[in-house]
Ligand binder design. Structure first.
Ligand code: RIB
Length: 319
């Protein structure tokens, strides 16, 4: 099996637990706090490693005390971080994450060194046939575009998670094999109000598989020929949605790297993301593959997409 090569962000997450998310101009008192490793790239790398992949992380950190906080958990998972570049003149990326009692979150990110990811990281990626290149949008789109083109030319599979949402990402879809978007991202990319119609269009227009995540309702995958696979999530009580989408994507990338059937891969990704919302934190919440058994549902839905409901409370911002 090839490697999952993650080109993406590394952040230090400052997490504040609050009863509810603040409104504009409002000051709230937090009930607790935590500092931990984060960033969509790093979270997805950890998820891919816990799903069983050999993972290489490509990205940039500041030369500050946060760098070790962010890198150590990746090292502990056996992720190759030798190509993570230190940028002395910029801080390590920082995310301030508010998590409400119902599991909902809001996140503000200072990119710091993530904004310096460029052709050096693209050169370091070195994808080969059999590898999966996995990118998100917390590093410059120019680097994502160049890495995707390089991976496509090398015969690697390109998986793009369009988080955070950016309509400019349509420019890179020509080099993407599997697009993973939440409902908001899918609508924005396709310019459609219905997220499932948006996903169908994106798949057909860009000749890719478009996976749209539906939060507590699971996920649906659209193939370019119109075939649809859907997977329901089991109902759980969410306590922290942070990183649940990243868990989903890391598991999906690993399953694809293993060459497994998309329906099976989708089932594992939904099960892993569902477990993640029942635990606190981003990295800490990511399950190991052996934990997935009890969270599979029997129903293996094909050609039965869920309705285009609003993202439910359970993992609204993540999946
Ligand atoms: O997806 C969750 C992540 O988004 C957090 O870890 C935070 O760092 C932001 O990048």
């Amino acid at each position: 099996m090839g490697q999952v090569i993650v080109l993406g962000s590394l952040n230090r997450d400052l997490v504040l637990h609050v009863d509810r998310l603040p409104g504009p101009g409002e000051t709230l008192t937090a009930t607790g706090s935590a500092e931990q490793s984060g960033g969509k790239g790093a979270n997805q790398a950890i998820a891919a490693a816990r799903a069983g992949a050999a993972v290489r992380m490509i990205g940039a950190l500041g030369a500050d005390s946060s760098a070790a906080v962010v890198l150590d958990p990746l090292r502990r998972e056996g992720i190759d971080v030798t190509a993570v570049r230190s940028v002395p003149e910029l801080p390590t990326g920082l995310a301030v994450v508010s998590v409400a009692a119902d599991g909902e979150n809001s996140i503000v990110v200072l990119p710091g060194a993530n904004g310096d990811v460029d052709a050096r990281e693209v050169a370091a990626a070195r994808p080969r046939r059999g590898d999966v290149l996995l990118c998100q949008l917390e590093v410059p789109l120019t680097a994502v575009a160049a890495a995707a083109a390089q991976a496509r030319a090398a015969g690697a599979l390109v998986v793009l998670n369009t988080a955070p949402a950016d309509s400019a990402a349509t420019a890179v879809l020509g080099d993407v094999d599997v697009l993973v978007a939440n409902q908001h991202e899918a609508r924005l990319l396709a310019g459609r109000e219905d997220s499932l119609e948006a996903a169908r269009l994106l798949a057909a227009e860009h000749n890719l598989v478009c996976v749209v995540t539906l939060g507590a309702d699971g996920a649906v995958a659209f193939r370019p020929d119109g075939e649809i696979l859907s997977r329901q999530a089991v109902s759980v009580s969410a306590i922290d949605t942070t990183g649940a989408g990243d868990t989903f994507v890391g598991y999906l990338a690993t399953g694809l790297c293993e060459g497994r059937d998309l329906a099976e891969v989708l089932a594992d990704a939904v099960a892993a993301g569902t477990i993640a919302v029942t635990r606190r934190g981003a990295l800490d919440a990511v399950p190991r593959r052996g934990e997935l058994g009890g969270n599979h549902v029997d129903h293996h839905g094909t050609n039965t997409p869920a309705t285009d409901s609003k993202d439910s409370h359970a993992h609204r911002t993540q999946q």
